[in-house]
Structure formats: C-alpha cells, structure tokens
Design a protein around this ligand. Structure first.
Ligand code: GCU
Length: 633
C-alpha cells in the first residue's frame, strides 16, 4: 500500500513541476502539495500563480444569479461511506455533475434547475433568512456560453470565496482553495467547451481552529462567493505578473519585475508610461522573469491631496496589459512617517468590508465608495482595512480617492501557533495579498496580524510573517496591531514583535474595556520605542439615537466623551503619528449579544446601522481638522 501511495506522491509532484515549468511559473515553496489534497497554505490543486491585474485582461464576467443548494451534510461531495466522489475512480457522483434524470424512472436527488438563486458576488448569510447564521457547505452553479479559440489560455478567476472552495467546470475538478479573502484562479482551458458551460462551486465557511482566521473572530462569518468571478482569456504567452514602483529611498529610480508565462516566456517586454515620456524594454530570462531597475525623471507623486495615477502599458509576447499606477515613497525616520519625503500624520479610521445599509459583504464599487466617502467626510487621509484583505476594487478605489491603506491578513487573536500548516496558510494569504496589491500606491502598510497574544510560538510565527512580507516588498512599511500592557497607571508596549515592525502600532480600549470615562484620564502612555506611534484601535459602543449623560454606557454621549478623553490622553505621546479609531460604521458580529443595545451588532461605529452619524463622528472630524492644520495634509 505504502509503495503505491509513494508513487502517487511522486507522480503528483512531477506533474506539478512539469506544468509549472511549461507555464514558465516556477513551482514555488508554498506550491508543493501531496497528490490528492493540497496541504493547507499550498496553492490549490492545479491553481495558477496569480494573474496580475485580472480586470485589465479580456474577460467574461460570471457574476449574476447563481442557483444554489444547501448541503449541511456534504451529501453532494461524499458518498454514504464518507468517500469523496471526486476522488473515486470515475470522479463522478457529486452535485458538480449537475446530472438530469435520463427518464421518468431515473433517480437523481438534487436539481440546480429548480433550485433557488442568489446574487454572486454576495455572501449567502444576507440573502436568505435560513442562511443568516449558517456555517457549512452551499453548492453554487452558473451556466455560461463560451467560444474558446485554439492557442488561447482560459483562466477561471475568483476574487474570494469564504472559506474553502472546490471548483468544477463541466463536471471536471479544476481544484480547491482555502482562505476567505484572497483571489485564486485555475487554468480552465482543457475543461472549457464551445457553447454551454457549467461551473459548480462547493463553498464551505465552516470555521476551524487551525485556519486563518481561527474559530473566534469579532465579525460575521459571511460565507460564499463574496467577490467577482471572471473567465479571462490570455494569449499563448502572457504577462503573468509585474511590479512597478519607485525604489525604496530613491525616487529617481523605477524598480520591480515582469514575469512572463506560457509557451515562450523569454520574450522582450516593453514598459511605457506615455504621460511621463518613459519607455524601456526588458529581456526576461528562460523562466520568463525580468528585473526592472531604471532611472526616471521626477514624476508627479501620488498623495492623498493629489492621487495622481499614470497609465502604464506592459506589452510583450503578443500580450498587452494596461494598468493605472501611482508612484510615491513611504518610509519612517525616527518617530516620523515620511510620504514622498515629507512628514505625515495618518488621520485614519478602521473599517470592515461591510456597509451597514446593504446587509452582508460589500458587493461592488457603489457600497465601497460610500464607505470611503464617509472616511473622506471625517477628513481622513488613511483607512485601516480590517482585519483581512479587502477586495482589489477597494484598494483601486483608495488609489483613485487618495486614501492611504493599512492592509491586513486575518492572523487574529488565538491562532494555532505551533501548527506548520497554519503558518503556511498565513504565509500564503499574506503572499497573495501582497502579490495582488503590490502596485497600489494607496497601500502603505502590510499588517501581519491583530491582537495576537505574546508567547514563544507566536513570536516565531509572527516573526516569520514579517520576514515573508519584507522579502516580497521592501517598498512599504510592515506592522501589526499589538496589545498594550498596563503597569499601574502606565500604559506600555512590552511585545518582542514591536522590535521587528516599522511602527509602534497598538490597540487600546481605555474607557471602554477598562477604566471608565471618569477614570481613564488618570492613566498615561509610556511608549519607549523610537518609532512612529500609530494607535490602531480605540472606541466605545453607542446605540445610535440613544442619548443620556456622558457616564451612561451605550449612549452617544458616552462614546463622544471617550473620544475627547482619548485625544487628551494620546496627546501625551511624543511620537504619535497616526490613529485609526475603531470603527467607521456599526457592523454585524455573532459575539455581540446584548438584546437591546447590540442585537448581533458591534456598535462602536461612528455611523449607525441606519447610516446616521453619531456625535463622536463630528468630534473626530473636528480633531482631524485641527491635526491637519498642525501637521499638514
Ligand atoms: C478588538 C478587535 C476588533 C474588535 C474590537 C472590539 O480590538 O481588534 O476586531 O471588533 O476590539 O472589541 O470591538
């Protein structure tokens, strides 16, 4: 038995390498997988390395109403002996066959044609009463017409599926993916047919202790296909990936790379920025990779007050990709954060990927723009997109609207620090986030986690993530939201992770989870780190419209007074250079059970669940107006 298993393993690995080589994609450390099920953190079965700027490719959107079947016992995936249908000899038998009865006597116990439908992109929790708290498997099916051309490569792309996805095209398994907030794609060329095609996805949002995030989070576990689904068409040789940014510490050089893939990857690539009069060519090596490092005359730098984006064209190997890229530098010097060499104060706000007015995950530019517009109304120049990678549309919108971004992976609270699969999963999600958004000027911070409890295994785990982030991108800051430590009346940071990251960034809930409004001013911060201090969370719950005195919890007045007290406390930190109070708008959470004040909502929003601005909204805006006068835009 063992001999056979080893042979399968060898075959599986060999196939991966041969495919990877043919496509010009190096099989990457995280990509090694055992035949059958990929290890957590590995790029999924037959998954392709990301295609950069998928929206810039010729593509068909598969968004729309998908039929769905709720499958709490995974009856459409396992037989009654709990054997996976798609691992059987025939590979058939699962709901992904989309089988129809052959005649009136034929036995088939599912039917997508008669099933209800839901919007994709869109979580299922907010689209059907019986799915509001559902955790498990839902099958989703879409039908579409295609006319594949010989010599072209077809990629089936998912912006995100929470949490685990198994994807089938015309009954053939393309692969599986774990991770609820990062894109993935499969090579669909072989399975794609002329005419009618059937794509079926098994989506499963079950939480797992060893997953990223783990079982305990303070946000709703929205399941399903929560972002765009596209079928992209690529030429036989294509521009798979690229990075083009100003060099770290030298704004007169453009640095990055181009990665070609497909039949003949070693083809010259021309990069041009017509408006800047920049054109240069690079010659990829045999694996399709070319490094970019060229001098450039001064460009108009991207900044919140002037979010300049340049049209950039990459062409080579018969492929051409257009992108809009902003160029800026971000660095720290002592306790200052320098944007384009000038000190800046990060006037921020934290937000979840959820618009209180439109139940569920953000669905498109409309509700994303509403959230970011609210942030602009606060006079923010910075947003913390908590606690997981938001969509590519969101970071492109931030590019356009001039909002700097703190991007974060959901390494949140009590992760399984000693599990190597969990570390691989975290590294995979961090890598996918950085690879997707490495050309977005708005993204200035990569955060490797939030409020993770200090410990030897955790310190090693987080240190590994910091190294991964720095290895992938040396042009941005790397940080995390740390926890504080109280010594009597002093608030300090005693976290070894603080030595590895670029900011002294931490969450503190003076006046809410400890001390009250009346007591919090007795405390003082004693931050002994020669780094810019960014307070990544403070706040208080307030039920919008509930008014009382400033000592009555849950009232708008209590929240408002707490913000005023926070500004007084934080002004005592010499190195304070930013803050992202918690949180822009009320959001849903299964951990918030107070029947009157919460009702499964976290009420720390400055905007209520019916879109009304609470008193503290105006207090923060007034404070930011003063900060802008003092520190500049
Ligand atoms: C924590 C955590 C948030 C949470 C918030 C709260 O610090 O980072 O995700 O929602 O505090 O308790 O409201």
């Amino acid at each position: 038995m063992m001999k056979y298993a080893f042979a399968r393993l060898l075959l599986g690995f060999t196939l991966l390498l041969s495919w990877a080589a043919a496509s010009g994609q190096e099989a990457r450390p995280g990509d090694v997988q055992l035949a059958g099920q990929p290890a957590a953190g590995a790029r999924a079965d037959a998954a392709m390395a990301p295609v950069q700027n998928i929206y810039g490719r010729s593509h068909l959107s598969l968004n729309g109403r998908w039929s769905y079947i709720i499958d709490p016992y995974e009856n459409g995936f396992y037989d009654y002996r709990r054997q996976a249908f798609d691992a059987s000899k025939s590979g058939k038998g699962g709901f992904y066959d989309d089988r129809k009865p052959k005649d009136k006597g034929d036995w088939v116990e599912y039917d997508f044609d008669r099933a209800p439908t839901m919007k994709v992109p869109g979580d299922w929790n907010s689209q059907a009463e019986k799915l509001q708290l559902y955790e498990g498997t839902v099958w989703l099916r879409q039908l579409f017409e295609a006319d594949p051309k010989p010599g072209r490569r077809y990629v089936l792309y998912f912006g995100a599926v929470n949490y685990e996805a198994h994807v089938y095209l015309n009954g053939k398994k393309l692969g599986m993916h774990r991770g609820g907030f990062t894109p993935f794609q499969f090579d669909a060329t072989a399975a794609l047919k002329k005419g009618r095609n059937v794509v079926v996805v098994k989506a499963d949002n079950t939480r797992h202790q060893d997953a990223i995030p783990t079982v305990n989070t303070d946000w709703w576990n929205y399941g399903g296909i929560t972002r765009d689904v596209l079928l992209a068409e690529l030429p036989a040789t294509w521009i798979a990936d690229y990075k083009l940014q100003l060099a770290k510490g030298d704004a007169r050089r453009l640095q990055g790379f181009v990665q070609m893939a497909g039949a003949s990857p070693a083809q010259k690539v021309t990069v041009s920025i017509p408006e800047a009069g920049v054109t240069f060519a690079v010659q990829p090596d045999a694996k399709g990779r070319a490094v970019i490092d060229v001098p450039v005359k001064p460009l108009v730098y991207w900044s919140p007050q002037q979010p300049k984006l340049y049209a950039v064209e990459f062409s080579g190997g018969g492929d051409k990709v257009l992108d809009r890229i902003g160029f800026r530098t971000i660095e720290t010097r002592g306790q200052d954060i320098l944007l384009n060499g000038k000190p800046v104060f990060l006037r921020g706000i934290s937000l979840h990927e959820e618009n209180p007015l439109i139940p569920g995950r953000l669905r498109g530019q409309g509700d994303m723009r509403m959230l970011l517009q609210w942030a602009r109304e606060l006079n923010c120049n910075f947003v913390r997109l908590a606690h997981y990678p938001h969509s590519e549309e969101m970071t492109r919108l931030a590019d356009e609207m001039g909002l700097m971004v703190w991007a974060e992976v959901p390494v949140y609270w009590t992760i399984s620090w000693t599990n190597p699969d969990t570390l691989r999963e975290a590294g995979r999600q961090l890598t996918d986030m950085i690879e997707r958004d490495r050309n977005r000027a708005s993204v200035v911070v990569w955060s490797v986690g939030n409020e993770t409890p200090i410990g030897e295994a955790r310190n090693a785990f987080m240190g590994s993530l910091v190294r991964t982030a720095r290895g992938l991108d040396d042009t941005r800051l790397v940080a995390a939201a740390l926890e504080i430590h109280r010594r009597g009346r002093d608030i300090t940071i005693e976290d070894p992770l603080a030595q590895l990251i670029d900011l002294a960034s931490f969450n503190e809930y003076a006046g809410w989870y400890w001390a009250s409004n009346a007591e919090m001013l007795d405390f003082r911060f004693d931050i002994r780190l020669d780094k810019p201090v960014v307070v990544t969370e403070f706040g208080a719950d307030a039920l919008g419209g509930y008014h009382a005195d400033a000592d009555t919890r849950w009232s708008e007045e209590y929240q408002d007074r707490l913000y005023q007290n926070q500004f007084r406390m934080l002004s005592g930190i010499p190195g304070l250079r930013g803050m992202t109070p918690w949180v822009l708008a009320d959001f849903r959470s299964p951990r918030r059970q107070h029947p009157y004040f919460q009702d499964f909502w976290n009420r720390k929003g400055l905007i209520s669940d019916d879109g009304k601005k609470k008193e503290a909204f105006w207090t923060l805006k007034k404070h930011y107006d003063e900060v802008e006068k003092r520190y500049g835009p």
